[in-house]
Ligand binder design. Structure first.
Ligand code: FAD
Length: 435
C-alpha cells in the first residue's frame, strides 16, 4: 500500500485524504488545530468554513454551479456531505458550518486507512507530501516553504463579515423576500431610504479603519501584501464612490418592500447561518473596521438598531504561492517534486475551488498526470482552474470559478442566460465523454 502525508485537514486536505483512502492509499493526515489555532478557525474540526457559510450557487447556469456539477462527475467526496448539511439559501448551497465540519471530522477519523495526527508540521521531508495548509498556513511552515522556493510568493489580507442574532432584528422593518419573488425567500432584507443610505455611506467613510501594518509582525517584515479584490471591505467600496454600494452589494432591484410595495433605495441582505435561523450573516459587509465602529455603523442599518453581534468582521492574513513559477503541471514543487500543493495556497480561491484542487492533486497522484490532461477538457471550469495554477501570467492572483475562464462558444450567442446554459452543457458533455 502506498502512503501519502497530507498537511492540513481543511477543504482541500480532507477531499484529498478521502480520495486517496478510497484508492487504497495509506493516508497520514496532519492538522495543527485545536492545539494551534489559525486567526480565523474557531474549532478543532476538519473542513471548517471560516467566513461565509455559502458554497455559492447550485444553478448549472452559474460558473460555481457548473463547477459543482463537474465535481460530482469526478467523484467528489465533500460535496455530497455538504448537501446533507445544507441550510435554506435559495439557489445557493449553504451549510450549517458546525454540522458539516463535525460530520467530515467523524468520517475521516473513522476511515480505516486514514491516520490523524493533531500536530503542526514545520518541515518538509523526502516522503510523498501534500501541503494543503490554506491561506492561514502556520508561520513556521511558510518559513520552510520560503527555504525551498525562495520568496516568490505573496501575502495579502482578507476581510470577513459580521454575524448577528436573529432575536435582535426588528421584524417590523426587515422583511423576508427573494429577488423578483423567484424561488424560496431565504434572505432577510434591510431596506434603506435615500437619506438612510447616504448617512450609512458617510459613516463608513468617516470610520477609522484598522491599518494593515497593525497585523504585521517580524515575520512579515519586508514581504509585500495587498488587499484581496474579491473580498473588498465595505468601507473600501464606500470610499470608491457614494453610489458604489447601491449598485453593488446593496442593490435593491426586485426586492419590493412590503411596507411601500416598491423597491427601496438600497438593501442589505442577511443570510441564515444555521438551519434554526438563530443567527444571520451580513452579506457583503466584510470589514476591517474596529469593533466599536462596526457596532455603531451596522446599527445604522434599518431594522438593526439593536443588533447583537455574535461575531464581528475582521481582517485576516491570506497566503498563496506564485504557482505558475514554482509548480509542475501535477502541482508538485519544481524544487522539491515529492511535495505537492493543494487548496487556496496553490492559488485557487473559494471553498468549492479548494475542494476541487484537493481532488485534482489526489487524482494526479493516483492516476497519472497525462490521464488528468485528458480527463479535464479545456471547456470545463475545473480544467481551466487547473490551467490557471500552472500558466505563467503577468500578475498571478487566486482564481475562482467563472465563465470568463472558458473558451468561447463556436457560435455567437447574444442572450446571456442562454450563453451560460450552453457553456455548461458543453462542459458537462465534454467531461462525461472524457471519463
Ligand atoms: C478569513 C478568510 C475568509 C474566507 N472566506 C471565504 C468565503 O466566505 N467563501 C469562500 O468561498 N472562500 C473563503 N475564503 C477562501 C478559502 O476558500 C477558504 O479559506 C478555504 O477554506 C481554503 O481551503 P484550504 O483547504 O486551502 O484551507 P483551509 O480550509 O484553511 O485548511 C487548511 C488547514 O491547514 C491547517 N494548517 C495550517 N498550517 C498547518 C501546519 N503547519 N501544520 C498542520 N496543519 C496546518 C489549518 O489549521 C487548516 O485546518 C476565506 C479565506 C480566509 C482566510
Amino acid at each position: 500500500m502506498k502512503t501519502i502525508k497530507i498537511i492540513g485537514a481543511g477543504l482541500a486536505g480532507c477531499e484529498a485524504a478521502l480520495q486517496f483512502a478510497d484508492n487504497n492509499w495509506q493516508v497520514e493526515l496532519y492538522e495543527m488545530r485545536p492545539g494551534k489555532q489559525t486567526e480565523a478557525h474557531q474549532t478543532g474540526n476538519f473542513a471548517e468554513v471560516v467566513c461565509s457559510n455559502s458554497l455559492k450557487s447550485k444553478l448549472i447556469t452559474t460558473a460555481s454551479g457548473l463547477l459543482k456539477a463537474e465535481l460530482k462527475i469526478l467523484g467528489c467526496k465533500l460535496l455530497p456531505i455538504a448537501e446533507e448539511c445544507s441550510v435554506p439559501a435559495g439557489s445557493a448551497l449553504a451549510v450549517d458550518r458546525n454540522i458539516f465540519a463535525e460530520k467530515v471530522t467523524k468520517i475521516i477519523q473513522n476511515y480505516p486507512n486514514i491516520n490523524v495526527h493533531r500536530e503542526e508540521v514545520t518541515t518538509l521531508g523526502d516522503e510523498l507530501t501534500i501541503v494543503a495548509t490554506g491561506p492561514l498556513t502556520s508561520k513556521k511552515l511558510i518559513g520552510e516553504l520560503i527555504n525551498i522556493i525562495g520568496d516568490e510568493h505573496l501575502y495579502f489580507f482578507d476581510a470577513i463579515a459580521p454575524i448577528i442574532t436573529s432575536e435582535s432584528i426588528d421584524e417590523s422593518i426587515i422583511y423576508r423576500k427573494t429577488r423578483y419573488n423567484k424561488g424560496e425567500a431565504d434572505y432577510l432584507n434591510c431596506p434603506f431610504s435615500k437619506d438612510e443610505y447616504y448617512v450609512f455611506v458617510e459613516a463608513l467613510n468617516e470610520a477609522k479603519k484598522h491599518e494593515a501594518h497593525e497585523f504585521e509582525n517580524k515575520f512579515f517584515e519586508n514581504i509585500n501584501f495587498n488587499f484581496y479584490e474579491n473580498c473588498t471591505p465595505i468601507e473600501e467600496l464606500a470610499r470608491r464612490g457614494k453610489d458604489t454600494l447601491r449598485y453593488g452589494v446593496m442593490k435593491p432591484v426586485g426586492l419590493d418592500d412590503p411596507r411601500t410595495g416598491r423597491w427601496s433605495y438600497a438593501v442589505i441582505q442577511l443570510r441564515a447561518e444555521n438551519n434554526s435561523k438563530t443567527s444571520y450573516n451580513l452579506v457583503g459587509c466584510q470589514t476591517m473596521l474596529r469593533y466599536g465602529e462596526q457596532k455603531k455603523i451596522f446599527r445604522l442599518i434599518p431594522g438593526m438598531q439593536k443588533a447583537e453581534f455574535v461575531r464581528y468582521g475582521s481582517i485576516h492574513r491570506n497566503t498563496y504561492l506564485n504557482g505558475p513559477h514554482i509548480l509542475n503541471v501535477d502541482l508538485s514543487l519544481k524544487n522539491k517534486p515529492n511535495v505537492f500543493i493543494a487548496g487556496q495556497l496553490a492559488g485557487v480561491e473559494g471553498y468549492v475551488e479548494s475542494i476541487f484542487s484537493g481532488l485534482l492533486v489526489a487524482k494526479s497522484l493516483v492516476e497519472d498526470i497525462g490521464k488528468i490532461n485528458e480527463l479535464l477538457p479545456n471547456t470545463t471550469i475545473s480544467g481551466q482552474l487547473w490551467k490557471h495554477l500552472i500558466t505563467v501570467q503577468k500578475k498571478f492572483q487566486p482564481m475562482n470559478a467563472n465563465f470568463g475562464l472558458l473558451p468561447p462558444l463556436k457560435e455567437r450567442v447574444r442572450d446571456k442566460k442562454l450563453r451560460k446554459q450552453m457553456y455548461s452543457e458543453r462542459a458537462i458533455k465534454d467531461l462525461q465523454s472524457s471519463l
